[in-house]
Design a protein around this ligand. Structure first.
Ligand code: IMP
Ligand code: MG
Length: 180
């Protein structure tokens, strides 16, 4: 393992188990609904690809791109860089996220999508970092609760690097100059 990764937090095997567990639960909960999976680029793309193949009920998918981060620090300002292609009116949206940290991004997206007359909006996040929460938001489906460390891999990046790692690891503080 590279010395830039301090520790493997979630192995490939555990990630598979998480996707199987959440996919089963979502398939049961949404079997009579109009499931619309909305993933937030780019961090959630690997999780989205895995979770959708564990969902057995019919669904549509789409992607949004927003930005709120620079390095390891949130800017607190959410910008929409790519909006939905599909109109979410009347759909049961499930927002698929890589990590719920301050919650600023997701609470903004939830409010914005509610105004577009979706029938329901819930949140599925691979990782939940509750210690750092600033917005009043909780996820409905959580893969794993993680400590307040900067994590990378399985889609998550540090300045666009490490997304291709097949596991989730803690980034060595030396890489970004320590925690703020
Ligand atoms: P929030 O708005 O603070 O909840 O964070 C939203 C986004 O910040 C996430 O979807 C991630 O893309 C990014 N983020 C937050 N924490 C981490 C981390 O530990 N590693 C990599 N990206 C992170
Ligand atoms: Mg993200």
């Amino acid at each position: 393992m590279s010395k830039e990764i301090a520790e493997i937090l979630i192995s490939e095997e555990e990630l598979k188990e998480i996707c199987a567990r959440l996919g089963k639960q979502i398939s049961e909960d949404y079997k009579d609904k109009k499931l619309f999976l909305v993933s937030v680029l780019k961090g959630a793309v690997v999780f989205m690809a895995d979770i959708m193949r564990n969902i057995t009920c019919p669904c549509e998918i789409d992607f949004m791109s927003v930005s709120s981060y620079s390095g390891t620090k949130t800017t607190g300002v959410v910008k929409i860089k790519k909006d939905l292609d599909i109109n979410p009116e009347g759909c049961d949206i499930l927002l698929v996220e890589d990590i719920l940290d301050s919650g600023v991004t997701l609470s903004y997206l939830k409010q914005m999508l509610l105004q577009r007359n979706a029938r329901s909006i819930k949140v599925c996040t691979l990782l939940d970092k509750p210690e750092n929460r600033q917005a009043d938001i909780a996820a409905d489906y959580v893969g794993k609760v993680v400590p307040d460390e900067f994590v990378v891999g399985y889609g998550l990046d540090y300045n666009e690097k490490y997304r291709n790692l097949p596991f989730v690891g803690i980034l060595s503080p030396e890489v970004y100059g320590g925690k703020d």
